[in-house]
Write a protein that binds this ligand. Structure first.
Ligand code: C2E
Ligand code: CA
Ligand code: CA
Ligand code: CA
Length: 278
């Protein structure tokens, strides 16, 4: 009976993480983490299917807490949003990623694009555009090499604000990418209403290309439609040779996924880029 009791306690522990108290403490821990330098960035290479070269990297936030261990971004980004820390976190990501990629470019001897993720709440204020401009100015990154990844949800929310923000990005020379395309609401109408440069096909479609004909058909349709609208297409979550071959046949422009590389520390990017391009 004692053993069962112990098991029961262990069993309920994960659920308790969703408890409000724990959310509060996670929020407090994250607040400290930002100050204490517990956050870091990894960079996942993006490969051009035509040339086979690494043409860009996506910056992905990591948090390793001495007490909580490794906390995934799907957990702590929402906490940062709710706790009012997303602006600070976003600025930190932007500055660090821009300067890291400038160093990578110097070492590599050619341009490399940087994609950063932006959550809806970050986009809302106008302060954010000024931050982007500042990060570009301070780090010297060519704005033409910077991509901002937004999710469909932002576009659905609509409002003239979003259009103004995205247009301001464009004026800076920064590209707009729709992340996780197809996962959410996917109203095709907004693709023509917003200034979008690139579409990232959601991982869920890519993982089912080989098994589910309808998913493959959707991938085909997204590629055709994006190209017809003058947009570039990148596929995320590419894990197999078969998926790559399919995407290349269908004219997908770029790929990203464990088949090439997971997110890696800044110091490893140039070496991996050279190995992948060889
Ligand atoms: P995302 O933007 O869709 O990022 C792609 C996620 O898929 C990453 O998870 C990446 O590690 C993972 N991934 C990459 N290749 C593969 C693959 O081949 N197979 C599979 N199964 N997964 C793959 P990660 O790093 O855990 O990030 C999760 C999410 O957290 C991101 O999804 C993004 O929405 C958010 N995020 C991460 N960093 C930031 C950030 O700096 N700011 C904001 N606002 N959000 C971030
Ligand atoms: Ca992304
Ligand atoms: Ca994505
Ligand atoms: Ca996402």
């Amino acid at each position: 009976a004692k053993a069962a009791g112990r098991n029961t306690v262990r069993w309920f522990a994960p659920a308790m993480l969703e408890d409000n108290n724990d959310k509060l403490s996670l929020s407090a821990a994250l607040r400290q983490a930002i100050e204490a330098d517990e956050l870091s960035l990894v960079y996942q290479p993006q490969v051009d299917l035509g040339s086979g070269e690494v043409v860009g990297v996506e910056a992905l936030a990591r948090w390793t807490s001495p007490s909580l261990g490794s906390v995934p971004p799907d957990r702590f980004i929402p906490v940062a949003e709710d706790g009012g820390m997303i602006a600070q976190l976003g600025e930190w990501v932007l500055r660090n990623a821009c300067s890291a990629v400038v160093r990578m470019q110097e070492e590599l001897g050619r341009p490399l694009r940087l994609a950063v993720n932006v959550s809806p709440r970050q986009l809302r204020g106008t302060a954010w555009i000024a931050e982007i401009a500042e990060a570009i100015a301070v780090t010297g990154l060519d704005p033409g090499q910077l991509e901002v990844e937004i999710t469909e949800g932002i576009l659905i929310e609509d409002s003239g604000d979003v259009v103004a923000t995205l247009n301001a990005l464009r004026e800076l020379g920064v590209s707009v990418v729709v992340d996780d395309f197809g996962r959410g609401y996917s109203s095709l109408a907004y693709l023509t209403r917003f200034p979008i440069d690139k579409i990232k096909i959601d991982r869920s479609f890519i993982s089912e290309i080989a098994d589910i004909d309808s998913q493959a058909a959707i991938v085909d349709a997204i590629i055709v439609m994006a190209h017809a609208l003058g947009m570039t297409v990148v596929a995320e979550g590419v894990e197999t040779e078969l998926q790559e071959r399919y995407l290349r046949e269908r004219g997908c422009d770029e790929v990203q996924g464990y088949h090439y590389s997971p997110g890696i520390p800044a110091g490893s990017v140039v070496m991996v880029a050279r190995a992948l391009g060889a």
